[in-house]
Design a binder for this molecule. Structure first.
Ligand code: C2E
Ligand code: MG
Ligand code: MG
Length: 273
């Protein structure tokens, strides 16, 4: 018990120090349109470049950052960095959609709407190139407030995606009453898709639901060709996963995008819807 409490305390202190020392970095995982093979978006994923421990994944520290509320400050930094990066790529002729995860504390923070608006204004990123990812649990925590905040974000022109769809506590009713643009099928269903018919049935149902409601459907965590071809046959719009690329830092991701561009030729004219 004492050991655990001590560890927690050290982590809290370290997190506060890391924020001051600017040790957080944003990595980007490409999201590909299944139909065209083009990279149409990236997801911003937080990393902690710890001076002694190396690169730490969110699972190691996100829970504590959320508990002590530091995620709000960290999240603002992620949003700013991600929007700036999206502008860099846009200015180089790659108008990619930037998808940013929002935690419960961040979502229910009084100034989410104004900090998103301020970030868009300061970076110059067109709102339709930003999408915020929420989980079902975040929305269900306080549906009334969630609805108000989501509508305000919609008014700004920012997209909203439901992350890890199907894994949370949810009611299907919220999907059609809330302003949602995208459903992201959780990796756990993608994994089962190639394995058994039940897995495929679940994925098929999610894709169908999304399509019927006019939502974009993205499959997360695609690792094999088999998974990709099954999800393509089911009618999924976009995918991300190790099959194409792991999350990369900004420099590596720029190189990846350039290589990919030279492979697939010119980008489609205009910006993705
Ligand atoms: P998520 O939003 O569902 O992100 C997808 C996770 O799946 C990422 O893990 C990504 O690296 C991993 N992934 C992608 N493709 C594959 C694959 O083919 N195979 C496998 N095994 N994994 C794959 P990561 O980066 O460790 O992030 C974990 C979670 O932490 C995220 O899940 C998200 O909920 C949270 N997170 C990450 N960055 C942020 C952030 O900036 N703010 C907040 N609030 N949460 C974040
Ligand atoms: Mg996500
Ligand atoms: Mg997810």
């Amino acid at each position: 018990m004492r050991n655990e409490a001590l560890k927690q305390l050290v982590l809290e202190t370290e997190l506060r120090r890391a924020l001051r020392a600017d040790e957080f970095e944003v990595h980007y995982q490409p999201i590909v349109c299944i139909g065209s093979g083009h990279v149409v978006a990236v997801e911003a994923l937080l990393r902690w470049l710890h001076p002694r421990l190396g690169i730490l994944q969110p699972a190691a520290f996100l829970g504590t950052a959320e508990e002590i509320g530091l995620i709000v400050e960290i999240g603002k930094g992620v949003l700013r960095t991600a929007c700036r990066q999206a502008m860099v790529w846009r200015q180089r002729g790659l108008p990619l959609r930037m998808s940013v995860n929002v935690s419960p504390r961040q979502f229910y923070c009084e100034d989410l709407h104004s900090s998103v608006a301020k970030t868009l204004y300061e970076t110059g990123l067109p709102p339709h190139l930003l999408e915020l990812e929420l989980t079902e649990n975040v929305i269900m925590q306080d549906r009334e407030r969630a609805s108000i905040t989501m509508r305000a974000l919609q008014q700004l022109g920012v997209g909203i995606a439901i992350d890890d769809f199907g894994t949370g506590y949810s009611s299907l009713e919220y999907i059609h009453s809330f302003p949602i643009d995208t459903l992201k099928i959780d990796r756990s269903f993608v994994r089962d898709v190639a394995k058994d018919r039940r897995g495929e049935a679940i994925a098929r149902t999610i894709v169908l639901l999304g399509r019927e409601l006019g939502l974009r459907v993205i499959a997360e965590g695609i690792e094999t060709i088999e998974e990709l071809s099954t999800l393509r046959d089911l009618g999924c719009d976009e995918f991300q996963g190790y099959l194409v690329s792991k999350p990369l830092d900004a420099g590596q991701c720029s190189l990846f995008l350039d290589e990919r561009r030279s492979l697939t030729g010119e980008w489609p004219r205009g910006e993705p819807a």
